[in-house]
Design a protein around this ligand. Structure first.
Ligand SMILES: Nc1ncnc2c1ncn2[C@@H]1O[C@H](COP(=O)(O)OP(=O)(O)OP(=O)(O)O)[C@@H](O)[C@H]1O
Length: 266
C-alpha cells in the first residue's frame, strides 16, 4: 500500500487537542477558512479540493514533500494566486478574489519566502513600510513594540537592508509583517535556509508572536519542525490534504513517523 493510501485509510486523526507548545485552549473559532480549493497553473492542476482552517490564536502548519503544493496553499491564502474552485474566507469576509494588497487592511500580514526586502532602503524603512495601514502615531508606537521582539535588529536599523545577513533579513521580514498589527500572520517557508541556531530563534519568535494573540499559518517541509511548533497541522501529498490533526497527533502518527521522520516500522 502506498504511503498516501495508508494515510487516507487512517484519517482522520481528529482533533484540536493540545500540542506540546504554547497552548492556551483546545478549540478556537475559525478565523481563516479555505474550502474546496483547486488551483491550476495553466493546464496543470496542482491542488485538489484543499480545505483548511486556522482558529483565532492558533499556529497551523502545512507540511509536505517538495512540490506537494504547500507554497501554493499559502499563495492562495495570501491572495497571490486565485483558485479555480473553492473559497477563502477571513473572519466572515470572502477574500477569494481579493488581491494580496487587501490582506493587511483586513487583519492579515504576509511574510514571503526569501525575504523580499528593498535592499537599498534602510532596515528601519523596510520595517516601517509594513505599518502603512496605520495612522502615523500608531505606526510609531507599533514600531517600538515590534522592535522589542527583535533586539538583534536594533543596532542595524540605519544599515541598508541588502547588507544584512540572511537570518537578519528573515527577522526583518517578520518584523515588517507585524507592523500592520495582524490578527493572522501568513508565513511562506519561514525556516527556509536558516541555520539550526536561527531556526531555534525563529521558533521562539513565532511562539512570542503567538503568545501576543496573533494566529500563524506557515508551511515547512520538515515534519518535526512543522508539528512541534503548531497547534494543528495538515499533510499535503501531490496537491491533496491526506492527513490533519493536532501537532502532537501528527508527530505521533505512525505513518508520519515512518515516512517523514524516518523511523523503522515496529
Ligand atoms: N508558477 C508556476 N507555474 C507552473 N507550475 C508551478 C508554479 N508554481 C508551482 N508550480 C508547480 O505546482 C506544484 C506545487 O508547487 P509548490 O511550490 O506549491 O509546492 P511546495 O510543496 O511548496 O514545494 P517546495 O517545497 O519545493 O517549495 C509543483 O508541481 C510545482 O512545480
Amino acid at each position: 500500500m502506498s504511503s498516501r493510501a495508508a494515510l487516507l485509510r487512517s484519517r482522520p486523526i481528529l482533533g484540536y487537542a493540545t500540542s506540546t507548545w504554547a497552548i492556551r485552549s483546545s478549540w478556537r473559532l475559525p478565523m481563516l477558512e479555505m474550502d474546496g480549493i483547486d488551483v491550476r497553473y495553466g493546464a496543470t492542476q496542482v491542488l485538489w479540493d484543499v480545505s483548511l482552517r486556522v482558529g483565532a490564536g492558533e499556529v497551523v502548519a502545512v507540511m509536505g514533500p517538495n512540490g506537494s503544493g504547500k507554497s501554493t496553499v499559502l499563495k492562495v491564502a495570501m491572495g497571490l494566486k486565485t483558485p479555480s474552485a473553492g473559497r477563502v474566507v477571513f473572519e466572515g469576509a470572502d477574500l477569494t478574489r481579493a488581491p494580496a494588497t487587501a490582506r493587511p487592511g483586513a487583519g492579515m500580514s504576509i511574510v514571503l519566502e526569501r525575504r523580499r526586502l528593498f535592499p537599498r532602503m534602510s532596515l528601519r524603512e523596510n520595517i516601517e513600510i509594513g505599518g502603512f495601514v496605520l495612522p502615523r502615531a500608531e505606526a510609531r508606537a507599533q514600531m517600538e513594540g515590534v522592535l522589542a521582539l527583535f533586539p538583534e535588529l536594533v543596532p542595524h536599523l540605519e544599515a541598508s537592508a541588502g547588507r544584512l545577513s540572511g537570518g537578519q533579513q528573515q527577522m526583518a521580514a517578520i518584523a515588517r509583517g507585524l507592523m500592520a498589527k495582524p490578527r493572522l500572520l501568513l508565513m511562506d517557508e519561514p525556516l527556509l535556509g536558516l541555520s539550526p541556531a536561527l531556526q531555534t530563534r525563529a521558533f521562539q519568535l513565532m511562539a512570542d508572536i503567538n503568545a501576543r494573540g496573533v494566529a500563524i499559518l506557515f508551511n515547512e517541509q520538515n515534519a518535526a519542525l512543522s508539528f512541534r511548533l503548531s497547534h494543528r497541522g495538515y499533510l499535503l501529498e501531490s496537491g491533496r490534504v491526506v492527513l490533519t490533526g493536532s501537532g502532537t497527533d501528527m508527530l505521533n502518527h505512525p505513518e508520519i513517523r515512518r515516512v517523514y521522520l524516518g523511523e523503522a516500522a515496529a
